[in-house]
Design a protein around this ligand. Structure first.
Ligand code: PEP
Ligand code: MG
Length: 585
C-alpha cells in the first residue's frame, strides 16, 4: 500500500531505492557491509555466536535448582527451540549472503521481519511470543559483540537482489532509513553510496542534515515515525525538494519521480558548465564563493567545482567518534596540511574545534544530563576549558600554515575575555613552536559571529580580528531560542526573522565600513533563495557545501547588486520579509 511521510527537506533531488533500516533493534548494533569474500567468515561468526548461546542456555537448564518454577524451564526450552528456528536462521543467512550485511545487522533485520509477522497474528498469546524471539536475538547479538568482526566499512551491495519487483537485473540503489544518525555516523556513511536517506529526528540545520547535504544526496530529516513505518527492503522514493518520503509507490508514481530524477540530472549537467565561469554580477561585482568541508579529502570536490577556497573547515570532525583518543598534534597537523596542499595555494579557513550540542565527541561522552547542551560547554568554551588540548590544535594549525594560506577561525565567541584568552593561547602556541624550533606560518585570524551578543559587539570583535564569518545556523538558533536539532520547533527556525536579518545586515555593514572581510558560512550562504538578499545586504563572500556552489553562482551571474541593495533595505524594514523577498527585482 502506498503512503507518504512528511519531514523536512534538507538535500535536494529525488532518490528511489530499497530501504535499509539501521538500528531498528532495541540493541544498538554496528551496521556495515562486508566484502563478498567475507561471507563464509561472517556466517561462521554467526554460527559460533549461536552455538555459544545454545551452550549457555543448556548450562542454565542443567544448573537449574530442582524447585525452580516450571515456567522458567519451559522458557529456556522455548528459547532453545527458537534458536533452532529455521526461519530465523535461514533469514539471517540470507541478509548476509544476498545483501552483504554484517552478522549483527542481519540478525536485527530478520528479527524485524519476524516481528511484523507476529504483529499480524490474531492470537494475542502468539503475538506476544515476539518478546521471546527478541530475547534470543539479543543473546546472539551479545555473543557476536565479543567476537572479532571485520573492519567496519560501508560499501554498496552490488549483486542483483532477490525478489525484486521492478527489475531483477539492475543494481538496486539503497536508501538509508534511521531514527537518528549522529554526525559521526554520517561521516562513516560518506564512504558509501547510499542514494538517499531519511531520519525521524533532526532539524534543517542540525549537523546531521549538514553532513547529509555535503554527501549531495536527497535527504529528508525530522520524518518523525519513518523508521517505524518503513520496513526493511521497502521500495521508497525520497523527494528531497519537498521533504516527502513515498513508501511502496505505485508504478505511475514511480514513473513520475523517475522523470523528475532525470530532470534533476539534466539540471546538474547544465550547471556544471558554470564551473569555470568567474562569479561576477551583472554590475561587475566579483563574488567569492568558498566551500565548507568536514575532512581534508573534501578539498577534491572543492577544487573540482571551481570554488576559490575553503571558507570553513569544521575541524571537529577529526575529533569525533574516537572513543576518547583525541588526535595528537602530528595527526592534526598532517590532516590540516593535507587540506592546505589539496587547495593548491587557495586559502583554507580552519575553524578550531566546535564540539558539544549536537556534535558529541563520541556517544559514550554524550552527556544527556546537560539539559541545554547548545548553551553549555561548546566550541571555544570547550577549548578554553582544556587549554592543553586547544594549544595542541593551535600548534598543528600554525604548522600547517607553513604550506599555504591559512585563516584561523574561532567559533562561538561572545565575551571580550574569551577573545583575549584565545589570543594569549595563540601567542603561547607560537612560543612553544619557537622553543621547539619547529617551522610555522602566518595566519589571518577570524571570529565567527554566531551568538547575538557577538553580532551586537562587532566593533569590539573587529579590534582583535582580521575577518569575521557569520554562522547563521547558530545565530538563528540563539537569536530565536530554537534548538536547531529539534524537529518539533523547526517551523519556528526562521532565517528571515527581522531580528536575524538585522544582526546579519549590521555585521556586514560594519565590516564593510572598516574595510574588513566578512563572509556567511552558515546554511543561509548555500540557499539560493537567499543569495540575492545577501548580495543586496552587501555580502561579497559566501561559504557553503561544494555541492551548492554552482546553483549559487547561477544566482550571482543574474544579479545586479545596485538594484538589489535598495530592495534588500525594504526586506530589512518589513514586518513580513518573506513577502518582499518573493517580489521580482
Ligand atoms: C553556523 O553556526 O552557522 C556554522 C557555520 O557553524 P556550525 O553549523 O558548524 O555550528
Ligand atoms: Mg555554528
Amino acid at each position: 500500500m502506498t503512503f507518504s511521510i512528511h519531514g523536512l527537506a534538507v538535500a535536494r533531488g529525488v532518490a528511489i531505492g530499497r530501504a535499509v533500516l539501521v538500528a531498528s533493534s532495541r540493541v544498538d548494533v554496528a551496521h556495515y557491509f562486508i566484502e563478498p569474500e567475507q561471507v563464509p567468515a561472517e556466517i561462521e561468526r554467526l554460527r559460533r555466536a549461536r552455538a555459544a548461546v545454545v551452550e549457555e542456555l543448556q548450562k542454565l537448564q542443567k544448573d537449574m535448582p530442582k524447585d525452580a518454577p516450571h515456567e522458567l524451564t519451559a522458557l529456556l526450552d522455548v528459547h532453545l527451540m527458537l534458536l533452532e528456528d529455521t526461519e530465523l536462521a535461514a533469514g539471517v543467512r540470507q541478509w548476509i549472503e544476498d545483501r552483504y550485511y554484517n552478522a549483527e545487522w542481519a540478525v536485527t533485520s530478520q528479527l524485524e521481519v519476524i516481528a511484523r509477522q507476529f504483529d499480524e497474528m490474531e492470537d494475542p498469546y502468539l503475538r506476544e511470543r515476539i518478546a521471546d524471539m527478541e530475547q534470543v536475538a539479543e543473546r546472539v547479538l551479545f555473543c557476536l559483540k565479543g567476537s572479532d568482526s571485520p573492519i567496519i566499512q560501508t560499501r554498496r551491495a552490488t549483486r542483483p537482489q532477490q525478489e525484486l519487483q521492478l527489475d531483477d537485473t539492475m543494481d538496486v540503489p539503497l536508501v538509508l532509513v534511521a531514527h537518528d544518525l549522529s554526525p559521526a555516523d554520517m561521516l562513516q556513511f560518506k564512504q558509501s553510496v547510499f542514494a538517499g536517506f531519511v531520519t525521524d529526528v533532526g532539524g534543517k540545520t542540525s549537523h546531521t542534515a549538514i553532513v547529509a547535504r555535503s554527501l549531495d544526496i536527497p535527504a529528508v530529516v525530522g520524518a518523525r515515525t519513518a523508521s517505524q513505518l518503513i520496513r526493511q527492503d521497502d521500495w521508497i522514493i525520497i523527494d528531497g525538494d519537498a521533504g516527502v518520503v513515498i513508501v511502496d509507490p505505485s508504478p505511475i508514481v514511480l514513473a513520475e519521480y523517475g522523470f523528475k530524477q532525470r530532470q534533476g540530472d539534466l539540471e546538474r549537467e547544465r550547471l556544471s558548465r558554470l564551473k569555470h565561469t568567474p562569479a561576477v554580477t551583472l554590475d561587475g561585482e566579483r563574488i567569492e564563493l568558498l566551500s565548507n568541508i568536514e575532512m581534508p579529502e573534501d578539498t577534491d570536490a572543492v577544487v573540482q567545482v571551481g570554488s576559490v577556497g575553503v571558507g570553513l573547515f569544521r575541524s571537529e570532525f577529526l575529533f569525533m567518534g574516537r572513543q576518547g583518543h583525541l588526535p595528537d598534534e602530528d595527526e592534526q597537523y598532517a590532516a590540516y596540511r593535507r587540506a592546505v596542499e589539496g587547495m593548491n595555494g587557495m586559502p583554507v579557513t580552519i575553524r578550531t574545534v566546535d564540539v558539544g550540542a549536537d556534535k558529541p565527541l563520541d556517544e559514550a561522552r554524550h552527556d544527556a544530563a546537560h539539559l541545554n547542551p547548545a548553551l553549555g560547554l561548546r566550541a571555544i568554551r570547550w577549548s578554553l576549558a582544556d587549554p592543553s588540548m586547544f594549544l595542541t590544535q593551535l600548534r598543528a594549525i600554525l604548522r600547517a600554515a607553513a604550506f599555504g594560506k591559512v585563516n584561523l577561525l574561532v567559533p562561538m565567541l561572545a565575551h571580550g575575555s574569551e577573545i583575549r584568552q584565545t589570543l594569549a593561547l595563540l601567542d603561547q602556541a607560537r612560543q612553544e613552536l619557537d622553543r621547539r624550533a619547529v617551522a610555522y606560518g602566518a595566519v589571518k585570524l577570524g571570529a565567527m559571529i554566531e551568538v547575538p551578543a557577538a553580532a551586537l559587539s562587532v566593533r569590539m570583535f573587529l579590534r582583535y580580528f582580521d575577518f569575521l564569518s557569520i554562522g547563521t545556523n547558530d545565530l538563528i538558533q540563539y537569536t530565536l531560542a530554537i534548538d536547531r536539532a529539534d524537529e518539533s520547533v523547526a517551523h519556528l527556525y526562521d532565517p528571515l526573522h527581522p531580528a536575524v536579518l538585522r544582526l546579519v545586515s549590521d555585521t556586514i555593514s560594519e565590516c564593510r565600513r572598516q574595510g574588513k572581510s566578512v563572509s556567511v558560512c552558515g546554511e543561509m550562504a548555500g540557499d539560493v533563495t537567499m543569495t540575492r538578499l545577501l548580495l543586496g545586504l552587501g555580502l561579497r563572500s559566501f561559504s557553503m557545501h561544494p555541492s551548492q556552489i554552482l546553483s549559487v553562482k547561477q544566482q550571482v551571474l543574474r544579479a545586479d547588486t545596485v538594484k538589489l541593495a535598495a530592495w534588500a533595505q525594504r526586506v530589512l524594514d518589513s514586518d513580513e520579509p518573506a513577502a518582499v523577498l518573493a517580489e521580482q527585482v
